[in-house]
Design a binder for this molecule. Structure first.
Ligand code: PLP
Length: 464
């Protein structure tokens, strides 16, 4: 750990933090009496807190962001060189890293062509929503403006993004929301029994869940629906990997009713699932792809709303109308640190063959998590894609009664006592905060994964 900070300095940091920082995702009353945690340093997949304790971070910075791991000097150098040359310029002007990263990104996304820079996943999604609304006005007299989103999916924290939010924990008490957002049923096969569609599994379940989207479109009126926004693998809502056939059917439905397909890759994008983007597992052709977390692995704040030329073309049909362009700006979309970091981040993923590693290590980890089912009856299902995985806990495997949140949290705490940081999904549907969540950096080795799974094994043995 950083030897330049004395124990006195660190005690001061802890006091300042406790007195003045309004932390994310913390129960405020509990925070008053809980042990403070300041992460001081990171290297590879490991972090050190203010007490000098080393922990293996199996969630890449709490929220699945540090894809290439901590302490990457080459990214820091790329940022610093760029900032000395030009830190910022916004508006209509471009920048060298902005142009070069856009070119590199589009090279990984056949069929897509335009990159709109902003700062966060929520903002990237808002950009797409605004584009859909503007297209509705330009082309359909404002009518085709509705945006469909899915139960259990999450698209961000702002009011419009929450309006497209399918998670009770994130949404409750923040309404009223923006009009014109309509939910479609989730696609978690393990919880198919709750959806009243009978005993379906695999492809048949995927078809049914996709058909349910068509039913909503027909109910709302296809001429009112502008876009469908989905996560490729639902993240905080349960680490949900859709069954085979689901995405193909979704694409067919979108084409049939002329509905734009928006895929939210804020979590899955840039390697997390073993392909550059999650949707690339399923052969779909989106109109919008939004991304944030792994784009620069947390070394700089950068998010992108990427579109195809079909969408871009809709904004340039009448140059004589001064209102006929995307009338939007993101102040910090003009920071050059983001694309400079993102370029180097992408080079690392390519040169170190991290997509291949993610696929191989992901398969290994899924197998290890599945093996825990033989030892622990509370593990109902292990699932995931690449290095994004979940283990859903139940009190009874036959009835699939979800494990209560307290005991799921106790497992997370026990794992942490064993020197490993994991997470859990949120109360997307009340009573279902029962899935352990893993998203180690894409550099994870077999030894790292063994350490994570051993800690989970030990924790399950202690709690149950
Ligand atoms: N979309 C998904 C799928 C997310 O998981 C998140 C955040 O976790 C967001 C969007 C919002 O991103 P941000 O927190 O950068 O606004």
């Amino acid at each position: 750990m950083d030897g330049t900070l004395t124990q006195n300095d660190l005690s001061h940091v802890v006091e300042a933090d406790k007195a003045h920082v309004w932390h994310h995702l913390v129960q405020h009353k509990q925070f008053e009496t809980s042990d403070p945690k300041i992460i001081v340093e990171g290297k590879g997949m490991r972090v050190w807190d203010q007490t000098g304790r080393e922990q293996l971070d199996a969630v890449s910075g709490a929220v699945w962001t540090v894809n290439v791991g901590y302490g990457r000097k080459s990214i820091v150098d790329a940022i610093s060189e760029q900032l000395m040359k030009l830190n910022y310029y916004a508006g209509a002007a471009g920048s060298i890293p902005g142009a070069l990263f856009a070119e590199k990104l589009i090279d990984k996304m056949p069929g897509m062509s335009r990159v709109y820079y902003c700062n966060s996943g929520s903002e990237a999604n808002e950009k797409a929503f605004k584009m859909v609304r503007q297209i509705a006005h330009k082309r359909y007299g404002g009518k085709k403006h509705k945006i469909l989103y899915r139960e259990r999916d999450y698209h961000g924290t702002t009011i419009a993004a929450l309006s497209a939010g399918g998670q009770e924990e994130r949404n409750a008490q923040y309404g009223p929301f923006a009009p014109g957002f309509v939910s479609v049923p989730h696609c978690l096969e393990y919880r198919a029994g709750d959806q009243g569609w009978g005993d379906l599994s695999g492809e048949a379940y995927g078809q049914r869940a996709a058909d349910a989207i068509e039913e909503v479109i027909l109910r709302e009126g296809p001429d009112t629906v502008g876009a469908l926004c989905l996560e490729p693998v639902t993240a905080g809502g349960g680490v949900i990997v859709p069954p085979a056939g689901y995405w193909q059917r979704v694409q067919e439905i979108c084409r049939k009713y002329d509905i734009l397909l928006h895929i939210d890759e804020v979590v899955c994008g840039v390697g997390r699932t073993g392909t550059w983007f999650g949707y690339q597992h399923y052969g779909v052709e989106p109109d919008f792809v939004t991304m944030a977390k792994g784009v620069a692995s947390g070394y700089a704040a950068i998010a992108c709303c990427v579109t195809n030329e079909r969408v871009f073309d809709l904004f340039k049909d009448d140059a004589s109308d001064p209102m006929n362009y995307f009338r939007d700006i993101s102040t910090f979309g003009g920071c050059t640190a983001g694309p400079a970091a993102a370029l180097e981040n992408m080079r690392i993923i390519e040169d170190e063959k991290l997509l291949e590693n993610t696929t191989n290590m992901g398969e290994y980890m899924l197998g290890q998590l599945e093996a825990l089912k033989d030892k622990h009856a509370v593990v109902g299902e292990a699932r995931g894609k690449g290095l994004f995985l979940g283990a859903e806990l139940v009190t009874d495997r036959t009835t699939r009664e979800p494990m209560d949140e307290k005991r799921t949290a106790a497992v997370v705490a026990e794992v942490n006592k064993r020197g490993v940081i994991i997470g859990m999904t949120n109360r997307s549907i009340p009573g279902y905060n029962n899935t352990l969540c893993f998203a180690p950096a894409l550099i994870a080795t077999k030894d790292d994964i063994d350490q994570i799974v051993e800690a989970v094994d030990g924790a399950l043995g202690t709690v149950f």
